[in-house]
Design a protein around this ligand. Structure first.
Ligand code: HEM
Ligand code: CU
Length: 540
């Protein structure tokens, strides 16, 4: 079926006004914003926990919180940031808001399933965080929950952790099924796949990864919970279990998970750059193929997380080569973004600044990723702060920067009002400086041997840790202009008009904010979403 979706709104199920955002709405735009706001609240929680971690690490002794508390805070921080902030926001948030527009549909393929997927998140998040208050029992084994550690630390919190991650994984699968069905089945008649905006391709690739790998995580966590609750021995070495099997199954999900976080970010950046550089997206076809190449390679490189787990040499060789190959499609995307910017009429507004910040950070994080893929080097820095530096360049420097760029870019569409550019630039400058100060020194800490996941460290590491903590403080301060901006603008920001950026993608060809069912009358047929620079096509 290629027709636009029929109205998903039965009589009486359609709340109005701001109350919509607190209700079981079926409108993809409302659900998208619910994801964004909910995710941001969890980001603040995750950030607060990061603050606790960095405060503890200001001095070499465990004098701010106890070592057990430190482990709990660390575990919660990682889990909240990945499963409650980045994954829901770049997939559920922007995906729900934008994908129906991009395929010319009036809603997602399964609006009820969509609402269910969102409403699984707040309870799961509250469950996860409440585990902290279950008398001395929050999970302590890190976001990877490796046995035997996860079998020997207090059981109650670990079980609650597993339960909430299972719920979040379920939500993510529901969302992915919906995206695949929407992109493939709800396209407006006449719209070809190779005419879709890049974010659609990114979400198609991401959703494939979600449906292929998340069930494996669910399976392994269910087995782990059997080990904890029913004292089975799947992963318990003292009962003949095998911990390395856990690692294989865990990373079969969790390496693709990094692409579940960055592929949507790639897609979002590919929408933002052409608009603010007034140029077509360079190399559309190669971009599509490189997304699919990343999906495939992403699925076969998981054991690069296990070079120190006693993997045999042939396996190390295979996973080093396969991992290094990811640099090819990723490099293609990078050069395409640069080529898109090249010679463009670049507007250095907040959306563009955060996008350029993303490119810078992501290149650095990608290069340290390649270094980690080389076995001898990885053995040296495994489980040190080098790895922490690397993945924060990817997940924060990459994905979070893109979330902010996207916020400045699409906020006028969400609300009909323009965010303040001065506050936006201040937010960017503080974020950029704080980020580099926080995570760059961690590479030296790691090279010099500071292990990760520790509350106490050798006093020789004090200075670099203090620089890192100051950076974290600046990052915390950077959210103040953001919050002021969003709140003040929502109340009395200048009106944006329907298409303040003169963009060509279909969400801008309707009012801001858009009406229920997206367009009054027929959905426009946009076959050249990036046709900037040719006189006939630049006007909206
Ligand atoms: C795309 C976004 C990426 C994210 C979100 C990400 C995230 C992570 C995370 C969370 C870890 C820590 C694993 C642990 O707890 O031990 C890690 C380690 C690692 N990453 Fe990435 N990464 C990304 C990209 C890459 C790329 C592009 C490469 C290589 C080309 C790479 C190679 C590695 C390797 C080899 C390790 C293992 C380090 C070790 O365990 O010693 N990563 N990454
Ligand atoms: Cu990986």
């Amino acid at each position: 079926m290629t027709l636009a979706s029929p109205s998903p709104f039965p009589e009486g199920l359609q709340p109005t006004g701001w109350l919509r955002y607190f209700s079981f709405s079926l409108d993809h735009k409302v659900i998208g914003l619910q994801y964004l706001v909910c995710g941001f609240l969890f980001y603040l929680v995750g950030g607060l926990l990061a603050g606790v971690i960095r405060t503890e690490l200001v001095s070499p002794m465990a004098d701010f919180v106890s070592r057990d508390t430190y482990n709990e805070v660390l575990t919660l921080h990682g889990t909240v940031m990945i499963f409650l902030w980045i994954v829901p926001v770049v997939n559920g948030g922007f995906g729900n808001y934008l994908i129906p527009f991009y395929v010319g549909a009036r809603d997602m393929a399964f609006p009820r399933l969509n609402a269910v997927a969102f409403w699984m998140i707040p309870p799961a998040g509250i469950l996860l965080i409440s585990s902290y208050f279950l008398a001395g029992a929050a999970a302590q084994s890190g976001w990877t929950a490796y046995p035997p550690l996860s079998l020997t630390t207090p059981a109650a919190g670990q079980v609650v952790w597993i339960l909430s991650v299972l719920l979040l994984g379920g939500s993510s699968i529901f969302g992915a099924v919906n995206f695949i069905a929407t992109v493939l089945k709800l396209r407006r008649p006449g719209l070809k796949l190779m005419q879709l905006p890049m974010y659609c391709w990114a979400m198609l690739g991401t959703s494939l990864l979600v449906v292929l790998s998340t069930p494996v995580l669910a399976g392994v966590l269910i087995l782990l919970s059997f080990d904890i609750i029913a004292h089975t021995g799947f992963f318990n070495p003292s009962m003949g279990g095998n911990v390395v099997v856990y690692q294989h199954l865990f990373w079969f999900y969790s390496h693709p998970a990094v692409y579940i976080m960055v592929l949507p970010a790639f897609g979002l950046v590919s929408e933002i750059l052409p608009v603010h550089a007034r140029k077509p997206l360079f190399g559309y076809t190669t971009m599509v193929y490189s997304i699919m190449a990343i999906v495939f390679l992403g699925l076969i490189v998981w054991a690069h997380h296990m070079f120190t787990s006693g993997t045999p040499p042939w396996m190390r060789l295979f996973f080093t080569i396969a991992t290094s190959f990811i640099a090819v499609p990723t490099g293609i995307k990078f050069f395409n973004w640069i080529a898109t910017l090249w010679g463009g009429k670049i507007a250095l507004n907040s959306a563009m600044l955060f996008s350029c910040g993303f490119i810078l950070n992501f290149v650095f994080g990608g290069i340290t990723g390649i270094t980690l893929a080389q076995v001898p080097f990885d053995i040296h820095v495994h489980d040190t702060y080098y790895v922490v530096g690397h993945f924060h360049y990817i997940v924060y420097g990459g994905t979070v920067f893109v979330i902010f760029a996207s916020l400045y870019h699409w906020y006028p569409k969400f609300t009909g009002r323009m965010l303040n550019e001065d506050l936006g630039r201040l937010h960017f400058v503080l974020t950029l400086i704080g980020f580099q100060l926080c995570f760059l020194p961690q590479h030296w800490l790691g090279l010099n041997g500071m292990p990760r996941r520790v509350a106490e460290y050798d006093p020789a590491f004090t200075t670099l840790n203090q620089v890192s903590s100051v950076g974290a403080l600046i990052m915390a301060i950077s959210t103040v202009p953001l919050l002021i901006n969003v709140v003040l603008t929502a109340i009395r920001g200048p009106l944006a008009g329907d298409n303040p950026w003169n963009a060509l993608t279909p969400e801008w060809l309707t009012s801001s904010p858009p009406p229920v069912e997206n367009w009054v009358g027929e959905a426009p047929l946009v076959t050249e979403p990036y046709g900037y620079g040719t006189a006939a096509k630049t006007q909206p």
